[in-house]
Design a protein around this ligand. Structure first.
Ligand SMILES: Nc1ncnc2c1ncn2[C@@H]1O[C@H](COP(=O)(O)OP(=O)(O)OP(=O)(O)O)[C@@H](O)[C@H]1O
Length: 312
């Protein structure tokens, strides 16, 4: 295994409180994007990483992750509980998540997939170890700064869609920007909406949309703020195979066309087959990885391992 190449979404407080944090930071270019992505030009608003958005930076103490990685975990450990009830959910995970790549995290139930994703997405604090996200060293950040990091640089897609039922599709999509007090880039909004095929559904409320359409709204919501990374936690877990394929194709396209960096947790070999790379977890450790996966290769790999996810 190459621990330097490596990749997780979540359901709580991803947008954080409404009030923006603004303490004397320095100006910086946000999102120095995927090397595969062409530079933005001619007013064409491209993606999170295209270095077109300049804003005041308020998170202190950052180190820059290498250009090939959008996020990195170094010797990450997470222990829940104490004494006999203690659970070591992560036992020293070191991994890089590629910039402009989709990384899938797989493993048996209880292997630590969600814990890794939650730690990487700054939704949970590790017991030990370092996390860097888009150039920001997470350890030591206070809650407000963590909220700001999640709000400004991360996008989230959940199995259960997590849409606000009283808001229209359009309002749900722009919600993170509205909460952050940021202006909607209409050109980018249109591009995202057209890509996910929601143009004629923008005035619908979630109950008036199919599950697949609701998840497309959630995808558009995750992308509209041009996040450095999108974390997707079982994004197709509630969808039939056709709707799943649509969502996964869309996510894959956002990687290929926009250079979006995506981390996805899944149990489904078919879903993992859309990724550029798969990480396999067992009992809180990364035990294997696969580049250029296909559903068949992933399935075959899973057959060669026991119930705990270790090579049998
Ligand atoms: N809040 C918590 N308190 C105590 N133990 C926890 C907590 N959250 C997770 N765990 C334990 O940590 C281990 C890893 O859990 P985690 O949810 O990360 O696994 P997972 O691979 O995502 O599982 P699944 O596929 O079933 O969602 C499990 O043994 C789980 O019981």
């Amino acid at each position: 295994m190459n621990p330097r190449r490596g990749g997780s979404c979540l359901g709580r407080n991803e947008f954080g409180p409404v009030r923006a944090v603004g303490t004397g930071g320095r100006d910086r270019v946000v999102g120095t994007g995927a090397p595969t992505r062409p530079p933005a030009s001619g007013g064409c608003s491209v993606l999170p990483c295209c270095a077109v958005v300049v804003q005041s930076k308020t998170i202190s103490g950052e180190n820059t992750v290498g250009t090939e990685a959008i996020a990195r975990a170094i010797d990450l450990q997470k222990i829940y509980g104490t004494g006999e009830a203690q659970v070591k959910a992560l036992r020293g995970v070191s991994v890089d998540f590629g910039r402009g790549e989709m990384t899938a995290i797989m493993g048996p139930s209880g292997s630590g997939k969600s814990t890794l994703m939650h730690c990487m997405a700054a939704l949970d604090r590790p017991t030990a170890g370092e996390i860097e996200i888009d150039g920001v060293q997470v350890r030591g950040l206070k809650d407000k700064a963590l909220t700001q990091l999640r709000r400004d640089r991360l996008g989230f897609i959940f199995q259960s869609f997590n849409l606000v039922p009283t808001l229209t599709a359009r309002e749900n999509i722009t919600l993170p920007l509205d909460i952050a007090g940021r202006k909607v880039d209409q050109e980018w909004f249109d591009r995202v909406v057209d890509t996910v095929g929601l143009r004629d559904r923008l005035k619908h409320r979630p109950t008036e949309l199919s599950g697949g359409q609701q998840q497309r709204v959630a995808c558009a919501r995750a992308l509209v703020s041009r996040p450095a990374i999108v974390f997707a936690d079982e994004p197709t877990g509630n969808l039939d195979s056709r709707a799943s394929a649509e969502i996964l194709s869309f996510l894959q396209n956002s990687v290929r066309e926009f250079g979006q960096s995506i981390v996805i947790v899944t149990h489904d070999p078919v879903a993992a087959g859309y990724a550029d790379r798969v990480l396999f977890l067992a009992d809180g450790e990364i035990v294997d990885e696969m580049a250029a996966p296909t559903a068949d290769k992933v399935l075959e790999r899973m057959r060669g391992f026991d119930a705990a996810g270790r090579r049998s």
